[in-house]
Design a protein around this ligand. Structure first.
Ligand code: MRU
Length: 378
């Protein structure tokens, strides 16, 4: 479908307080998201029905962050199958399966780095798979397939909430009252259903009455730290300070930072971690200052098929994000060559621990990750 044919319904609200990052409205047959490209200036809710709308929302970062795009893609896959079956009521289960395969490939191609996306869509298909190569298998009835997809999408959503809360609980063991905690990009509740990953220990600490100081890197070029993390932490009443990305080294030199918590888009079997561009530099500065550098992620972010970070695909984005997007006037000469990777890989040697819903994983990560995933060590 061409972009001009997409007519997303939008709704405006006063603040993000109490509004879920994303929500399945089963009665309306829609996923409702906060359009994160409009934050912090305005709170606009989008009601998405089609796979084309879902694809565009992921690609434009209206919904973003590894866990959130996984949950969102699961919901979008379910809704697409449901609406397709409504439009093709005589379709056989093999036809629904074909449509599912096609929509999965389409959604998976929207962004390459966060593995949670393809993890969630694969899980959706597995939930309703009747082995197409098995002639003795009875195909599920199409309606039952759609019901199964709805159930699985809700399960993925609920597990995301539980995982983030568990990450927060495990992360609490790494902080103490009065700590200064630095974070990069947005690995907050806007990147998940609730709590976030890197911010989960901060939210849990607040629930426990601890007073933390949170520092947010602005996160050039898309400013997720300034626009999103600062917004959501302040809305939650957390003592929040914003800094430019290149100021974190000087902040650490003052002794203000006791720990760094970041999220992850994909973690290789050896612990190398892809996360928002700039994360690897932060880890280098942290090593220099002896500040512990923690990665927080659900186990759905691990990709055992990547032996090291070199196997992780890194998304390259539009040069205009660097030269003009967040400026009132263009701030770079027209035609300048631009290097704009969305993510970088932090080597496992610079990571003190990976906090998951299953516990705090310590080096050597080959062993602790394999144990957490229940697979043999490479
Ligand atoms: O490009 P984005 O905004 O989707 O990048 C997000 C990040 O890099 C997050 O830190 C990562 O997805 C982890 S979110 C728990």
């Amino acid at each position: 479908m061409a972009e001009h044919e997409i007519e997303t319904i939008v709704e405006r609200r006063e603040s993000i307080a109490g509004i879920p990052t994303l929500e399945l409205d089963d009665a309306a047959g829609e996923v409702v998201i906060i359009d994160q490209t409009r934050l912090p200036g305005e709170v606009v809710l989008e009601h998405l029905r089609t796979r084309e709308e879902a694809f565009r929302a992921i690609q434009r970062l209206e919904v973003r962050g590894a866990p959130a795009i996984g949950v969102f893609a699961a919901m979008a896959l379910y809704l697409d199958a449901r609406h397709w079956l409504e439009a093709h009521p005589t379709a056989a289960s093999e036809d629904v399966w074909e449509r599912l395969l096609e929509t999965r490939a389409y959604l998976d191609s929207s962004r390459p780095t966060a593995v949670n996306l393809s993890w969630a869509t694969r899980r959706m298909l597995t939930a309703v798979a009747t082995d197409p190569t098995c002639s003795a298998c009875t195909p599920l009835d199409p309606e039952l397939m759609v019901d199964g997809l709805a159930r699985e999408a809700r399960a993925i959503r609920d597990e995301d909430v539980a995982s983030c809360r568990a990450i927060g609980e495990h992360g609490l063991s790494l902080i103490a009252d009065g700590f200064g905690v630095l974070t990069h990009c947005n690995a907050g509740r806007l990147c998940a259903v609730e709590y976030g990953t890197a911010t989960a220990p901060i939210y849990l600490a607040k629930e426990h009455g601890m007073a933390l100081r949170a520092y947010c890197d602005e996160t050039r070029p898309l400013l997720q730290g300034a626009r999103l993390t600062a917004l959501e932490l302040m809305a939650a009443g957390v003592d929040t300070t914003l800094l430019c990305d290149h100021m974190s080294n000087s902040l650490m030199a003052t002794g203000a930072v006791d720990a760094i918590f970041v999220g992850a888009d994909r973690i290789a079997a050896n612990g190398d971690t892809a996360n928002k561009i700039g994360t690897s530099m932060l880890a280098l500065a942290a090593a220099e200052h002896g500040v512990p550098f923690y990665v927080c992620a659900p186990t759905s972010t691990f990709d055992a098929t990547c032996a090291t970070g070199a196997d992780i695909p890194i998304e390259m984005r539009d040069p205009a994000e660097v030269t003009e997007l967040h400026y009132a006037k263009r701030m770079a000469p027209a035609g300048v060559k631009v290097y704009n990777p969305a993510f970088d890989v932090t080597p496992a040697r610079n990571i003190a621990a990976i906090v998951t819903e299953k516990g705090v994983l310590r080096p050597p990560f080959e062993r602790s990750i394999a144990q957490a995933l229940g697979i043999p060590t490479r």
